[in-house]
Design a protein around this ligand. Structure first.
Ligand SMILES: Nc1ncnc2c1ncn2[C@@H]1O[C@H](COP(=O)(O)OP(=O)(O)OP(=O)(O)O)[C@@H](O)[C@H]1O
Ligand SMILES: [Mg+2]
Length: 500
């Protein structure tokens, strides 16, 4: 193989199957030195699988990996690190009980035994040096369990950098990050680019791709669907390559409109997790958005309303009736469904099949004369999975074998197939591809058109203005503004949420 000038990494004819699923089919990929290269595609397209082959987590079935023109084999993650390949995975890999410093150097302590008392200081000092280089203000002694999701991702990135990687793989790194954290990430990436570190960047947020990437490779159903220069391609062309069709309208129109009846009312309500009391009314047939930047208190409100966190003040009325919601099961009994933000922890039984996960919250639906009807359960799960475009559409498959985005769809499906009429959805489209998002919006619309009241917590302002009838904006735990009608625009939300 002749070395192509400027090519750091080349993949040829990569194939990978998991059982009957052919996840990567003859995939070609080429990375130029110093570029940020986007890897795009729908949920299940094969992006994470490709990354995991490069980091030695998965073995490819056939194909070639060339680094600087030289054919290499990547044995395992340690081997990948030694070859200068660092990665930040879609699922976080930090250990909660260790400190930031310990996590950063875990597995490749700089010298000697760093976990001995004597060396602890040195470890902290080195970590601080790293954190400072990238302008990150997190104390190295902080236990990782005390960090927010966005900060954890930043630590994960510093950890990947601490091996002096010259190829860095970032799989949806901005998930759960605040705008400020994303800016930090992007400036770290700029810095790395100057140091000639080459990066592969996976994201469902195409605005990020346009901001930081030089080129993009698109995968569709495990096959190549085009390589584009970001400076020369438009959004529509990228989306068409990803989906194999053009997206008609991102935010489908609703048929119905909100009614007068209040289905959920909070009056000066505050739970132990919330910084301040909150009041609002949700009407039948209404899609009410609650937005704000990360840390504004949206998720805490959601957890309080669903009875996960204990109430400390105020009251809740469900369908005009004063109700004590002391636990999630109380909330469910009152007809409230909840899609949590942190789906991995709160939402799924990873080893169980899709059908169990979808039906577990509503076992009654799959009962026939007091026993579970397996046929009924299968049908319900299959129908829900179909609506959400879960791929592969095999409800007997353990959830852990699904791609990240498809796992998210299962959590949503679990709650949507219930017979409830109040929904609390926390970041319902996070990690979900642009085509499937539209399906979820349609589903939310039809729930509302059928008389459900829907509360959506989201930090995607465009989504809020595109989907909701009315939006409440939170800042530091309090609702500071309400927008509806003509006033409900992305720009307006942005201004208010950021404190304008
Ligand atoms: N460990 C596994 N066992 C079985 N199938 C798997 C496994 N890992 C991935 N797959 C399958 O391989 C295909 C590609 O998955 P992959 O995780 O690479 O998708 P992705 O492009 O990263 O999607 P997402 O945007 O949802 O993260 C999917 O059909 C998935 O179900
Ligand atoms: Mg993935």
């Amino acid at each position: 193989m002749i070395r192509v000038a400027g090519t750091v990494l080349k993949l040829e004819e990569i194939n990978k199957s998991f059982g009957g699923i052919h996840a990567l089919k003859n995939v070609q990929f080429e990375l130029f030195e110093g570029e940020v290269h986007a890897l795009l595609g729908e949920n299940g397209a094969g992006k994470s699988t490709l990354i995991k082959i490069l980091t030695g987590v998965h073995r490819m079935d056939s194909g070639k990996i060339l680094i600087h023109g030289k054919n290499i084999v990547i044995e395992d993650p340690v081997d990948a690190r030694q070859k200068g390949i660092g990665a930040i995975y879609q699922e976080l890999s930090l250990i909660d009980s260790l400190t930031v410093a310990e996590n950063i150097f875990l597995g490749h302590e700089p010298v000697g035994n760093f976990f001995g008392n004597l060396k602890k200081k040195e470890l902290t000092r080195r970590a601080l040096e790293y954190l400072n280089t990238f302008g990150i203000e997190i104390a190295p002694e902080t236990p990782v369990s005390d960090l927010g999701l966005g900060q954890k991702r930043i630590v994960e990135i510093v950890k990947a950098l601490s091996i002096n990687a010259n190829i860095l793989l970032l799989d949806e790194p901005t998930t759960g990050m605040s705008k400020a954290e994303i800016d930090t990430l992007f400036s770290i990436m700029d810095d790395l680019k100057r140091k000639k570190v080459t990066m592969i960047y996976i994201s469902h947020y195409l605005d990020e791709v346009f901001r930081v990437c030089d080129r993009a490779t698109v995968l569709r159903d495990g096959e190549n669907a085009g390589v584009f220069k970001i400076g020369e391609v438009d959004l529509k062309t990228l989306i068409r390559a990803m989906l194999g069709r053009t997206l008609k309208e991102e935010f489908p129109r609703r048929n119905g409109f909100p009614g007068r009846e209040t289905v959920l009312e909070a009056s000066e309500f505050q739970s132990e997790g919330m910084a301040a009391p909150v009041s609002f009314k949700l009407h039948r047939g209404e899609i009410l958005g609650i937005t704000g930047i990360i840390g504004s208190g949206k998720s805490e409100l959601a957890l309080g309303l669903f009875g996960v966190d204990r109430k400390v003040a105020g009251e809740i009325k469900v369908k005009e009736e004063k109700t004590a919601i002391a636990s999630p099961s109380d909330a469910k009994k009152r007809g409230i469904s909840f899609v949590p933000e942190d789906r991995k922890v709160q939402g799924l039984f990873l080893r169980l099949p899709v059908e169990h996960n979808i039906t577990i919250a509503n076992l009654a639906l799959s009962m026939k004369r007091g026993v579970i009807s397996y046929k009924r359960r299968y049908e319900i799960a299959r129908e829900t999975a179909e609506k959400l475009k879960v791929t592969p559409l095999d409800v007997k498959m353990p959830v852990q074998n699904l791609s990240g985005g498809n796992q998210q769809k299962v959590v949503i499906g679990k709650w949507l197939c219930g017979a409830t009429d109040i929904f609390i959805l926390d970041e319902p489209t996070r990690g979900i591809d642009i085509g499937a998002k539209t399906e979820i919006y349609s589903l939310i619309n039809s729930l509302a058109d059928n008389g459900a009241g829907i509360l959506i917590m989201s930090s995607e302002f465009r989504e809020m203005s595109g989907v909701c009838d009315r939006v409440l904006i939170m800042r530091k735990g309090s609702v500071v503004s309400e927008l509806a009608g003509e006033e409900l625009t992305t720009e307006k939300i942005l201004t208010v949420a950021l404190g304008g």
